[in-house]
Ligand binder design. Structure first.
Ligand code: ZN
Length: 127
């Protein structure tokens, strides 16, 4: 990026920029979580109608959908928890630093995964 090529709002890379980014990401996940929970509620009521007939082919489809939706719900909840931790680190002035080695994370990595808290080498080492 060329020097002097300022963004119109001048907030690129500022902590407040990340705060907004994390917030909109959390909103998005929260919306998806609501959809998945509505889906689970729908499957649950459909399930009550077929529990008497185990051979109903629709039953296995519902089970597949159920486990998929439950998996997504778990992922979204985990990400929301990570995002709220990211917010705490932002307020503490530690956001964007690797929790293991203290090196700043690449901006591209934070943009792709705002809840990231470890740099790629540390992530590899911790596996
Ligand atoms: Zn690191």
């Amino acid at each position: 990026m060329a020097a002097g090529a300022q963004e119109a709002d001048g907030s690129t890379g500022e902590p407040s920029d990340y705060a907004e980014f994390i917030r909109s990401r959390a909103d998005e996940i929260r919306n998806r979580l609501e959809l998945v929970e509505a889906q689970l509620t729908g499957i649950r009521s459909a399930r009550e109608e077929w529990t008497d007939d185990e051979h109903d082919p629709e039953g296995s489809t519902l089970i597949t959908e159920w486990s998929r939706a439950e998996g997504l719900r778990g992922e979204y909840r985990a990400e929301l928890a990570e995002l709220s931790q990211a917010f705490e680190r932002l307020e503490a002035g530690e956001y964007g630093l690797c929790v293991r080695c203290g090196q700043p994370l690449l901006e591209g990595r934070l943009r792709a995964r705002p809840a990231a808290k470890m740099c790629v080498p540390c992530l590899g080492a911790s596996r």
